[in-house]
Design a protein around this ligand. Structure first.
Ligand code: ATP
Ligand code: MG
Length: 234
């Protein structure tokens, strides 16, 4: 589904990713954990084709995405990848339903078809009676669920989420985490989730540990022998 090989990324003189390998299988829920500054968001943005690596290869759904640019890349991203961020990033002047259909309209789906699917998704997410509410009229948990509906709109191959429950209270957090597993179980959805939430990480099918731009085994920490750090885990 997603295959990253020997990914390197620097910002000016700061080497943020130092040769990361990763394979994500269909219908997997994978968490990425690690301390602040480890490179988690950078890695997720590269997977999401929002950022180009300096070196390495990236395949998503059989496509060599690093060879795509401009409109082709934008179209690929819109069709194949759904994003959920820490802060919902809904457009405040639009209703929940209007926010959800935006990715479909960008992909030139007829509006009536997009609205029908958005209603189904909002219903699935328990938000049927919130469709006409604007983000300011929704709770934090509801806003995140609208963001999940938006991410699902174009039936993406994978949903990439960056600390999706980071701004939620405990009850809404648990509700959102349960939802992720429902998406896998009921829609066969693949998800990659960057999280600081240990409870969520332990529930996922697999946890990737990033430290200082490299994949490490969970028990390794900064005091470990750095020469023993494996960068070739699958
Ligand atoms: N656009 C950028 N320009 C320069 N430096 C950047 C840029 N984006 C990230 N960095 C730096 O790269 C390093 C890794 O950042 P990244 O956002 O990937 O970390 P993270 O693991 O997601 O951390 P956090 O848990 O705090 O979100 C940090 O030192 C950060 O300051
Ligand atoms: Mg981050």
């Amino acid at each position: 589904m997603i295959s990253l090989h020997d990914i390197h990324k620097s910002f000016a003189h700061l080497e943020v990713l130092k040769g990361v390998n990763l394979e994500i299988q269909p219908r997997e829920v994978v968490s990425i954990v690690g301390p602040s500054g480890a490179g988690k968001t950078t890695l997720l943005q590269i997977m999401g084709t929002l950022l180009k690596p300096d070196a390495g290869s990236l395949e998503i759904a059989g496509e060599n995405v690093l060879a795509l640019s401009g409109n082709k890349l934008a179209r690929f991203r819109c069709r194949h990848i759904g994003f959920v961020f820490q802060f919902h990033q809904l457009l405040p002047e639009f209703t929940a339903l209007e926010n959800v259909i935006i990715p479909a309209l960008i992909d030139h789906t007829p509006k009536s078809k997009a609205v029908a699917r958005a209603k189904e998704l909002l219903d699935f997410l328990g938000l049927a009676d919130r469709a006409d509410h604007k983000p300011s009229q929704l709770s934090g948990g509801e806003k995140q669920r609208v963001a999940v509906a938006r991410a699902l709109m174009n039936t993406p191959d994978v949903i990439l989420a960056d600390e999706p429950s980071g701004s939620l209270d405990t009850a809404h957090k648990e509700e959102l985490h349960k939802l992720f597993f429902r998406l896998r179980d009921e829609f066969n959805q693949t998800l990659v989730i960057v999280t600081h939430d240990e409870q969520l990480a332990t529930l996922t099918d697999r946890t990737i540990h990033l430290l200082d731009g490299k994949r490490v085994e969970p028990e390794q920490n900064l005091s470990s022998d750095p020469t023993s750090t494996s960068t070739n885990l699958q």
